[in-house]
Design a binder for this molecule. Structure first.
Ligand code: NAD
Ligand code: TYD
Length: 350
């Protein structure tokens, strides 16, 4: 089977490619990625020499590039991850989110439909979405697959829009689609603009740790490899037209997460109490429209497909922090250039 993975040079996509090639050695993977600031081929070091892996630099917004990759590789199935993915960037400038996440998904769906029109039902299209489409929760409750969409950021609105397109392509055209809604991921290769890798990097550099508002917002954290396994399970055993929530069963307040990272880094760096990373925590202005709490009810995927997360949060965080400590060159490489401008613009400090 030839599977097109879009966004395979990003955080989850690159982890998925490593995972897939190891777990499904009979499949061929074609990684379609535009290599935006978030895409990095260094994430795929080690798989480039695998004869079952191919990279195609292409942009979802360019129809001719989509046609070319489908023709060149006779694509059988799609796992669609490529997207603009950072909420703060979507607040600074929503336009790329509309272009890549909504229009890009539309073009990908249409390309797949045109290329598969003879036997549409024999080709799977797995769309990787987020729990953020459901909006925000109060202190109680969990997102289920029945929770109505109520996206609050330009990012989540663009993802919700793309989900609706995928749903419609199933119902109207009979495409064999699946949608997953996953909670916050963490792990190796995550770009240091997201909470966990940003805090690790800043601890290492002795830079301030910017916590939005009171820091009591809650996220449900999932180790990225567990997400990859869930995608494998949904792709192979999910029911056509269905959506599946994927979650970590790990709710943390942001401030507790930042403190946990500080304590780990203090121990690693041998910091005295005066040098503690805890002293670097700064509460800064809250994110506009900040969702207070996300939490996933993952009982559908657990009961119907037998998936549940393997990593406890302590184990996953330790693996992650050690990976960043061991890959400081990678961090340096991906945060040079445009990242510095973004950081200064967003946080007002270099
Ligand atoms: P990421 O930002 O790390 O990677 C996105 C990748 O998509 C990059 O390699 C980028 O170059 C590529 N890309 C962006 N626009 C493109 C375009 N127009 N054409 C081709 N390639 C393009 O994102 P991520 O964190 O790996 O997330 C991957 C997917 O998973 C996204 O769809 C996101 O919405 C979803 N998701 C992420 C999380 C999370 O916690 N990170 C949680 C749930 C769902
Ligand atoms: P993030 O990693 O951007 O993921 P998302 O917004 O998609 O959940 O942020 C996770 C949480 O951490 C979110 O509540 C915002 C907060 N946060 C900070 O407090 N400071 C920061 O510098 C960042 C990037 C995020």
């Amino acid at each position: 089977m030839v599977i097109l993975i879009t966004g395979g040079a990003g955080f989850i996509g690159s982890n998925l490619i490593h995972y897939w090639l190891a777990q499904n050695p009979g499949d061929t993977i074609v990684n379609f990625d535009a290599l935006t600031y978030a895409g990095n081929l260094a994430n795929l070091a080690g798989v480039e020499s695998n004869p079952n892996y191919h990279f195609f630099q292409g942009d979802l917004r360019k129809q001719e590039q989509l046609d070319e990759v489908f023709e060149q590789f006779s694509i059988d199935s799609v796992i669609h991850l490529a997207a603009e993915s950072h909420v703060d960037r979507s607040i600074n400038d929503p336009s790329p989110f509309i272009e890549s996440n909504i229009k890009g998904t539309f073009q990908l769906l249409e390309t797949a439909r045109n290329h598969w029109q003879e036997d549409l039902k024999d080709h799977r299209f797995l769309h990787v979405s987020t729990d953020e489409v459901y909006g925000t929760l109060g202190k109680e409750g969990l997102f289920t697959e029945q929770t109505p969409f109520a996206p609050n950021s330009p990012y989540s609105a663009s993802k919700a829009s793309s989900d609706h397109l995928v749903r419609a392509w199933h119902h109207t055209f009979g495409m064999d689609t699946l949608i997953t809604h996953c909670s916050n991921n963490y792990g190796p290769y995550q770009f240091p603009e997201k909470l966990i890798p940003l805090m690790i990097r800043n601890c290492l550099l002795g830079k301030e740790l910017p916590v939005y508002g009171d820091g009591l917002q809650v996220r449900d954290w999932l180790y990225v490899e567990d997400h990859c396994e869930a995608l494998d399970v949904v792709f192979h055993r999910g029911q056509s037209g269905e959506s599946y929530n994927i979650g970590g069963l790990n709710e943390w307040e942001n401030l507790s997460m930042v403190r946990y990272i500080c304590q780990f880094m203090d121990a690693e760096l041998g910091n005295s109490p005066e040098q503690s990373c805890l002293n670097l925590i700064r509460h800064i202005q809250d994110r506009p429209g900040h969702d207070r709490r996300y939490a996933i009810d993952a009982s559908k995927i657990q009961n119907q497909l037998g998936w549940q997360p393997r990593h406890q949060i302590g184990e996953g965080l330790e693996k992650t922090m050690r990976w960043y400590l061991d890959h400081q060159e990678w961090v340096e490489q991906v945060t040079s250039g445009a990242y510095r401008d973004y950081y200064k613009h967003h946080y007002g400090t270099g």
